[in-house]
Design a protein around this ligand. Structure first.
Ligand SMILES: [Fe+2]
Ligand SMILES: [Fe+2]
Length: 282
């Protein structure tokens, strides 16, 4: 399956797939990573630490700002699938925290890892995860029956965070690590996380497409509005200078243009399937 392959499945199919795809974040072998980390050069370490910090903060936000969607489920099948996604996100957060515990730093609580990791992320990243995600989640918690609130939340969460930012980060970071023979345990865990993410994205595209078909007067404009709000921060967070004090993304051997083309290509294809082409957004 390609990184960007879109799986369009209904929630019951995705739930059954989840049952067959369990993994344990404490069983991924990290012994070799520990040894490699100790021997790694400063620039590789800085790069990996910056990437890991972004992932750590993102998974914490994504885990703790999700329950409103479970509460806003339509069918029992959708509630079942969304409950599995919440477990997945907690599992992802646990894997990154364990990697910090066992490979990078002294053992600490998840909160301490998140606090330290926060020093590494950019203003655009904070705008997306701390301002927009929090606001969309609060609005959904307050209005679980409101379709526009749910569509806005899924657009932000599944279409932007998990697809546009998540798949792009996964592709270029794992390409770099594999090319350099680095951190095989991390790549293994991150690949398992990626496999989970393809189910989540499948749900998001399914839900948005169904909403556009069933509520053409509400859903398309809610999607467009959310994209207009978010895309400037998304573009900024994918630009090479976004790392603030972190290392330049050029260190991955990838240009900003390549990153943006990959991200935009995937978003364009998903929006076609959903029925709200990107050219109709602006
Ligand atoms: Fe995740
Ligand atoms: Fe996810």
């Amino acid at each position: 399956m390609s990184d960007n392959e879109i799986q369009l499945n209904d929630p019951q199919t995705l739930y059954e797939r989840w049952e067959a795809a369990q993994w344990n974040p404490f069983e991924v072998a990290l012994d070799r990573d520990r040894q490699q980390w100790a021997e790694m050069g400063e620039s590789d370490r800085g790069l990996i630490y910056w990437v890991l910090s972004s992932l750590m903060v993102a998974e914490e936000r994504i885990t703790t700002k999700f329950s409103g969607l479970v509460g806003a489920h339509g069918s029992e099948e959708e509630a079942s699938f969304l409950a599995t996604q919440q477990v997945d996100e907690a599992r992802h957060m646990q894997f990154y925290a364990r990697f910090q515990d066992e490979v990078i730093a002294d053992p600490a609580t998840v909160a301490a890892h998140v606090k330290r990791s926060r020093e590494q992320v950019s203003p655009a990243f904070e705008q997306i995860f701390d301002v927009e995600l929090v606001a969309a989640h609060e609005r959904l918690v307050a209005n679980p029956e409101d379709l526009a609130s749910k569509v806005r939340f899924v657009t932000l969460y599944h279409l932007i965070l998990e697809s546009t930012l998540g798949l792009t980060t996964f592709k270029f970071v794992t390409d770099y690590l594999k090319d350099h023979g680095l951190l095989t345990g991390f790549v293994d865990g991150y690949s398992k996380i990626h496999h989970d993410e393809t189910r989540h994205i499948g749900y998001g595209v399914w839900f948005l497409r169904e909403s556009v078909r069933e509520s053409p007067g509400v859903a398309p404009e809610a999607i467009r509005e959310m994209l207009r709000t978010l895309l400037p921060s998304v573009a900024e967070s994918l630009s090479p200078s976004s790392g603030a004090d972190g290392p330049d993304l050029d260190a991955l051997g990838v240009s900003g243009e390549e990153l943006r083309n990959f991200a935009l290509g995937g978003l364009t294809r998903r929006l076609e399937i959903i029925g709200v082409p990107l050219e109709t957004v602006f």
